[in-house]
Design a protein around this ligand. Structure first.
Ligand SMILES: NC(=O)c1ccc[n+]([C@@H]2O[C@H](COP(=O)([O-])OP(=O)(O)OC[C@H]3O[C@@H](n4cnc5c(N)ncnc54)[C@H](OP(=O)(O)O)[C@@H]3O)[C@@H](O)[C@H]2O)c1
Length: 364
């Protein structure tokens, strides 16, 4: 697992090549503020090879955060991360490995009949009750997450996942009430606290697409304070003093800045609603920004007014630096499966991010 000694040692090895705040505190140690994501791409051998090469090169050049999920590319992304971890000349203790459970994963390729696959592999196999399913493809029931975590550990070839995210829990709002989703999250957190106690996860988080950046009243809204309260309740039930909730993951980029601009979460001590980023910062929760390039779009061009404020030699670097400049963001994830993109994305971290005032000014 990522350790204090391992990750600080990694920073000592690479830190001089980067700007001052490139490495940031995360979990027991430090994490690079540029991380590598593994979501996009077809589930093919050719793409696996490219991901393996990108991940290994990134790990050997200053990126020590790798993000994946069991369902990404039919479990191939997790397996590519595992191969790259073994291949790269880095120690396991130097790297923050994050994965997610929630979406029912295919295995290697998309089956011809996904509904039959889900029935045979999950329902008939006793991994899941049909009432736990949302949209025929998503569940966060504790026994199901347990089984998915076991499979992720095996795919990744690691003993511990440093941050295990409950993946897009807002999907459950299609199947049950908001209160029932909070209850389901609390049950999931309890199980993850138990897995943390035996060292299978270093901590856990919630990865979202809409939940924390939409206004109150939106169908996909989940309250971050309520999620934090449920994690605290789970820790109390399990009898641990420190709460294992480490991080939230949400999309954040020049084109999707709602996590900074939409006030939808009650501040922990003040009578006002604040953004997801401000709330997370106030309670000491790390934020990992996904889709830093808006799934590639921003690598072509960034809105001019913002672009002028950002540092970096290329639009992709400037877009990455926007995401890693946001107050409260620990790491900006960039999906990278083209080896030519790795040095460019790594080098984004050699530029100073915007200061808090300059970041605010972008929105004025
Ligand atoms: N709900 C969730 O939990 C959630 C949702 C979305 C994303 N995520 C996580 O966040 C990560 C990042 O998001 P994302 O992958 O969706 O989108 P992204 O990082 O915004 O964009 C990835 C795309 O940008 C391209 N790209 C990367 N570097 C580039 C460069 N220097 N120049 C030009 N193009 C470049 C990639 O191409 P190549 O592949 O060819 O390099 C890929 O097509 C994901 O991989 C995943 O780990 C989580």
């Amino acid at each position: 697992m990522a350790t204090s000694q391992g990750t600080w040692g990694y920073r000592d090895r690479f830190g001089d090549a980067f700007a001052r705040t490139y490495f940031r505190r995360f979990g027991p140690g430090v994490a690079s503020s540029v991380g590598l994501g593994t979501y996009l791409g077809e589930p093919t051998d050719e793409r696996d090879d490219r991901y393996r090469e990108c991940i290994a090169e990134a790990l050997e050049s200053g990126i020590n955060v790798v993000d994946t999920a069991i369902n990404y590319r039919c479990q191939r992304s997790e397996r590519a991360v595992g191969d790259a971890l073994r291949r790269a000349s880095v120690d396991r203790e130097e790297v923050v490995v994050a994965t997610k459970g929630g979406f029912l994963p295919f295995d290697g390729s998309r089956p011809e009949d996904p509904a039959a696959y889900v029935r045979e592999q999950f329902l008939d196999a006793g991994l899941l009750d049909s009432e736990d399913l949302a949209r025929g493809s998503h569940a966060i029931a504790p026994d199901f997450l347990d089984a998915m975590l076991d499979r992720s550990l095996s795919n990744l070839g690691v003993d511990t996942v440093d941050c295990y995210y409950v993946h897009n829990p807002e999907t459950q709002l299609h199947a049950r009430s908001r209160e029932a989703v909070y209850d389901a999250l609390e049950a999931a957190f309890e199980r993850l606290e138990r897995r943390r106690a035996v060292g299978d996860v270093g901590g856990y988080g919630v990865a979202t697409w809409e939940a924390f950046r939409v206004p109150r009243g939106h169908d996909a809204y989940l309250s971050l304070p309520e999620v934090v309260a449920r994690a605290e309740a789970a820790a109390e039930t399990v009898g641990v003093d420190d709460v294992g909730l480490l991080a939230v993951q949400l999309p954040f980029n020049v084109a999707m800045a709602d996590a900074f601009t939409v006030s939808a979460h009650r501040h922990p001590t003040e009578e006002r609603d604040v953004s997801a980023l401000e709330y997370a910062q106030a309670v000491g929760l790390d934020v990992v920004a996904s889709a830093a390039l808006a799934q590639g779009e921003l690598a072509a061009s960034i809105p001019e007014a913002v672009d002028a404020e950002l540092r970096g030699d290329t639009p992709a670097q400037r877009a990455i630096n926007f995401a890693r400049s946001a107050p409260g963001v620990t790491t900006a994830l960039v999906g990278t499966s083209s080896p030519a993109h790795v040095p460019e994305n790594v080098a984004a971290g050699t530029f100073e991010p915007l200061g808090a005032r300059a970041f605010d000014a972008v929105f004025e």
